[in-house]
Write a protein that binds this ligand. Structure first.
Ligand code: SF4
Ligand code: SF4
Length: 466
């Protein structure tokens, strides 16, 4: 194995294969400032999301156990799975188009892992343990009162935050009200809920306190897809090797003109871009799978360029062609193909949403029931009706037997389905033997609300065989 070749090994492992702990230095600069503001916005959305309701429904709920899904206040039922499947296809195609055009912009700016790690946990670590050199020193130092205090405070806060993040995630799954019930009720009543709470908290603590960049390099499949999604026109965080090479230290009082004459470029080999990188790579080696596009190296290099009197952007958002041929981002046939597919899928999704029925009803014979003969000679069958109301208003529902002639009665009170809910009832259907066929008779039942027909149901009526 060639240890001088970055392609032969990963930056976070040593020659024995042991994990190399990363100590990225604090970074400052315009991209970091913009990312900080943007991350505050994302964190605000993430933490308030479970409490925001639209028409009484949460903004987002993914209750897999109860098979209840809410997106932007719209309840989606298992019957809407086709919409979900198309939405997932649209999502993945969108990711492909976006990545082909803009690389891993998502990872650096909006991925919850990067936002939480770099904008929350890392900042707390800097606050308690100081910048990278102080952290190294502290980790090498023997255990004393200061080290114990700092480590306990850091990990205590990390665990508290992980608990909070775990609970927020859980409230996106079961809803904040149910989560509140778990918190206030005796633990024995909610063993499953408490197990999830503890599991999520430990998982997030493990990720943010220990696992860190390994989640991006080993677990996340998105980084691995990069190599097939990116092309020479994709925008990535890139080092302008044409401008930067040949790299070499800037000697005191040396002018850049003299450097150029000596064959040197703008890179002063200060290694600042490497020291701030949370995944430990050297972006000057080219686009790498480990790069999460966090922009730290761009800021670090911009600061160096400003100090040395050169223009910013030696490391910047650029495409390979942009650097090699000085070409701006262009619309390649591959990108056009992806866009056509994305457009087609979005159209299908729009149509499915537009044509989605307001009511979804099923009428099935009550399990285990047999036909009955009434004193007047008519036969009856018992059914179970289930009606899902997908609208945002309560809906009185009426069932009418349309064929053959007979009598249909909903047992109990009238069927009124609350908004975005499912209602269930029993239905008794009576037929005159003259209208029946031997054995099984087909029935057609209309579902009405406010005099308007919403759906036609077909079911079977069982009677005696002649
Ligand atoms: S920060 Fe800029 S100048 Fe310094 S080594 Fe990196 S690319 Fe070169
Ligand atoms: S190379 Fe630059 S953008 Fe990529 S992860 Fe490292 S610091 Fe972030």
């Amino acid at each position: 194995m060639n240890w001088s070749d970055f392609r032969d090994h990963i930056a976070t492992a040593d020659r024995e294969g042991r994990r190399k702990w990363m100590y990225p230095r604090k970074v400052s600069g315009r991209f970091f400032r913009w990312r900080t503001w943007f991350s505050w916005l994302l964190l605000a959305i993430m933490f308030t999301g479970p409490f925001i309701t639209i028409h009484g429904n949460p903004l987002l709920l993914m209750n897999i156990v109860e098979r209840k899904f809410v997106v932007l206040g719209q309840v989606f039922w298992p019957q809407d799975m086709i919409i979900f499947a198309v939405a997932i296809l649209v999502f993945f195609t969108g990711v492909i188009v976006f990545t082909a055009a803009f690389g891993r912009l998502w990872c650096g700016w909006a991925c919850p892992q990067t936002v939480m790690m770099e904008m929350v946990f890392r900042k707390i670590e800097y606050l308690i343990e100081g910048d990278a050199p102080r952290q190294r020193e502290l980790n090498r130092a023997p255990w004393n009162a200061e080290k114990t205090f700092k480590k306990l405070s850091k990990h205590g806060i990390f665990f508290a935050l992980s608990f909070l993040v775990g609970n927020v995630l859980l409230s996106y799954i079961i809803g904040w009200w149910q989560l509140y019930q778990i918190i206030i009720a005796p633990p024995a009543k909610h063993i499953a809920g408490l197990s999830f709470m503890t599991g999520f908290s430990l998982l997030f603590y493990g990720i943010f306190a220990r696992f860190r960049e390994q989640a991006c390099t080993f677990i996340c499949p998105y980084g691995r897809f990069q190599s097939v999604l990116l092309d020479e026109n994709s925008i990535v965080v890139a080092y302008d090797h044409k401008r930067g090479e040949k790299r070499g230290p800037l000697r005191r009082a040396q002018k850049f003109g003299e450097r150029r004459f000596a064959g040197f470029g703008d890179c002063v080999a200060c290694n600042q871009c490497v020291s701030v990188c949370p995944t430990g790579i050297d972006i000057r080696d080219g686009t790498q799978m480990e790069c999460v596009h966090c922009t730290a190296c761009m800021d670090a290099c911009d600061n160096v360029m400003t100090r040395t009197g050169k223009s910013r952007g030696l490391i910047r958002y650029a495409s390979l062609n942009g650097i090699e041929l000085r070409k701006p981002l262009c619309f390649t046939p591959r990108l056009a193909g992806y866009c056509v597919i994305l457009f087609a899928l979005t159209t299908v999704l729009g149509l499915l949403l537009f044509l989605r029925s307001d009511v979804e009803a099923t009428l099935l014979r009550a399990p285990g029931s047999l036909f009955q003969q009434m004193p007047d000679g008519h036969f009856s069958n018992l059914y179970t009706v289930k009606v899902i109301n997908k609208t945002s208003r309560d809906m009185p529902v009426e069932l009418r037997l349309e064929s053959p002639a007979g009598d249909l009665r909903v047992m109990g009170q009238n069927l009124v389905v609350p908004s975005q809910r499912l209602a269930e009832g029993s239905v008794l259907i009576e037929l005159d033997p003259a209208a029946m066929k031997s054995g099984t008779t087909s029935l057609v039942v209309g579902v009405y609300s406010g005099g308007q027909k919403l759906q036609t149901l077909k079911t079977a009526f069982i009677g005696p065989r002649n």
